[in-house]
Design a protein around this ligand. Structure first.
Ligand code: COA
Ligand code: AMP
Ligand code: ZN
Length: 443
């Protein structure tokens, strides 16, 4: 049996002991950590109340399957308990805060202890090591820093692994290319739609990445993308591209990651317990069929979550991976079971758009969000019906109203939409549930 003492010796794994545990060893570790996690969450207000209402006794947990008796946690639960309702640690032990999506009653806050940051950085280092990144590589991180988890999550992992890390952040496209050239960047982290846009920027600058740059590895995630887009990125940049999956509620990135076989994303089962359910019946789906991913964090201290409904649709890839890691693989994310959409790596719920619009007096009753990819740039257009009064009396001030709506939406959503004002009652009406979103981007 491989022991902790022999880890890293072969150089193939970041943590050989954990990465090559057998199925039964993984399950035993999960059971041990699940018990610890349940004990931990029973000190937080939300779970304490829920468990009591359901008459749940943690000491009666005898096997992993018993978890199915415990309640799901949803994003709405997190919003309702915002900001501190899920905390399991006193404030003195917290060292980091991330906030995901929106401001108007939509925000969720995630807290981290020092140990949470350590184990997250370790997971990220494990992911990057798995793909062949090593000291000597230069890593350029083009994700948003700040409240997004993608920036700092990869940053700390890369430093832990010993990569020369450039915290480039999002935007400033020409500077990104300049940095790649000046510092011989070999590894990049980039949102797939931005990688498409950067191709045009490079063409404009006369830069051919295969000739002028030394890129060899790209990490892409934060939004769904197809195999075709992966191929385009690989062909243009001359890199091998690895799919990276994570969500703020489970630390951030580093939940599941592709290995060099590129046959699915290994989900790190020592840290996350996986269930796949039918989003309508909430019953487990058969292994291999598509369902909604439900995750329980097993190592988080500040804010562990039990049976968190990610709303992401995927399936388990059957069988073991030729790379030798026993942690099961997820297929690429196929969509969502709710109406959230992602543009430029930013998550948006149509209700956020609605809440902003309905607080503006010149706005009528109807609107439509249209997502398009124009010349490799993702664009969000919001068509807004104005009120009859605005249409008759206020048309002279159209530009002012348009600017105001754009400004308010940008403040709430973080991306800048294109706002088109249209006549009252001119947007198509549908029978039944109103259609608020048309996504014309080809994934
Ligand atoms: N990643 C990085 N840069 C991006 C981007 C993306 N997904 N999408 C656009 N950009 C660039 C643009 O090319 C532009 O730079 P340039 O003018 O030098 O070419 C700059 O950001 C502003 O673009 P614009 O389309 O006007 O911005 P916006 O106001 O609609 O959105 C962003 C602002 C891009 C900064 C915001 O969408 C963002 O921070 N995205 C990254 C989110 C992220 O990191 N998510 C990870 C979650 S874990
Ligand atoms: P956030 O909470 O802001 O970190 O966003 C997490 C969400 O981004 C996930 O629930 C997914 O919907 C989406 N996401 C993250 N990584 C990927 C990926 N590799 N492929 C598809 N969607 C992703
Ligand atoms: Zn593998």
């Amino acid at each position: 049996m491989v022991t902790h003492d022999s880890r890293k010796k072969t150089g193939r794994y970041w943590d050989e002991y954990v990465e090559t545990l057998s199925d039964s060893e993984i399950q035993a570790l999960q059971f041990y950590r699940l018990k610890q996690t349940l004990e931990r969450v029973s000190s937080c207000g939300f779970y304490q109340k829920r468990f009591k209402e359901m008459g749940l006794d943690i000491s009666a947990l005898e096997c992993l399957e018993d978890l199915s008796r415990f309640p799901f946690t949803t994003k709405q639960d997190l919003r309702d308990a915002y900001p501190y309702g899920f905390l399991c640690e006193p404030k003195e032990r917290l060292v980091r805060l991330h906030v995901s999506s929106g401001t108007t009653g939509q925000a969720t806050a995630m807290f981290y202890t020092q140990k949470d940051l350590e184990s997250w950085a370790d997971l990220m280092a494990r992911c990057m090591h798995m793909t062949g990144a090593r000291p000597g590589d230069t890593f350029q991180n083009m994700m948003g820093y700040g409240l997004f988890t993608g920036g700092l999550g990869f940053h700390y992992g890369a430093e832990r692994l010993g990569l020369l890390t450039i915290p480039a952040g999002a935007g400033n496209s020409k500077r990104q290319v300049q940095l790649m050239r000046d510092f011989s960047t070999t590894v990049i982290h980039i949102i797939p739609s931005y990688a498409l846009h950067l191709m045009d920027v490079m063409a404009e600058m006369g830069v051919d990445p295969k000739r002028d740059l030394e890129l060899r590895i790209a990490y892409t995630g934060a939004e769904p993308y197809s195999e075709e887009i992966r191929q385009r990125i690989q062909d243009f940049y001359g890199v091998k591209t690895y799919n990276s999956y994570g969500l703020s509620e489970m630390n951030g990135p580093g939940v599941a990651f592709e290995c060099p076989e590129q046959t699915g994303l290994h989900i790190w089962e020592d840290s996350y317990l996986v269930e796949l359910i039918d989003p309508d019946t909430l019953e487990p789906v058969r292994e291999g069929t598509v369902g909604e991913l439900v995750l329980t964090s097993l190592r988080r201290e500040a804010m562990p979550l039990i049976r968190y409904r990610t709303k992401d649709l995927t399936r388990i890839v059957r069988g073991h991976c030729p790379c030798g890691r026993k942690h099961r693989r997820l297929d690429r994310i196929q969509g969502r079971s709710d109406d959230m959409f992602i543009i430029k790596g930013v998550n948006i719920f149509p209700i956020q758009v609605e809440q902003v619009l309905m607080n503006i007096p010149e706005v009528g009753n109807n609107y439509l969000i249209v997502l398009q990819r124009e010349n490799n740039v993702d664009q969000m257009t919001v068509r807004v019906e104005v009120t009859d009064r605005t249409f008759i009396e206020d048309m002279r001030h159209l530009q002012r109203i348009q600017k105001k709506i754009t400004h308010e939406l940008k403040g709430e959503l973080l991306v800048t939409p294109r706002v088109e004002l249209v006549e009252p009652s001119s947007l198509p009406r549908t029978e039944g549930k109103a259609v608020r979103l048309v996504d014309e981007r080809k994934l």
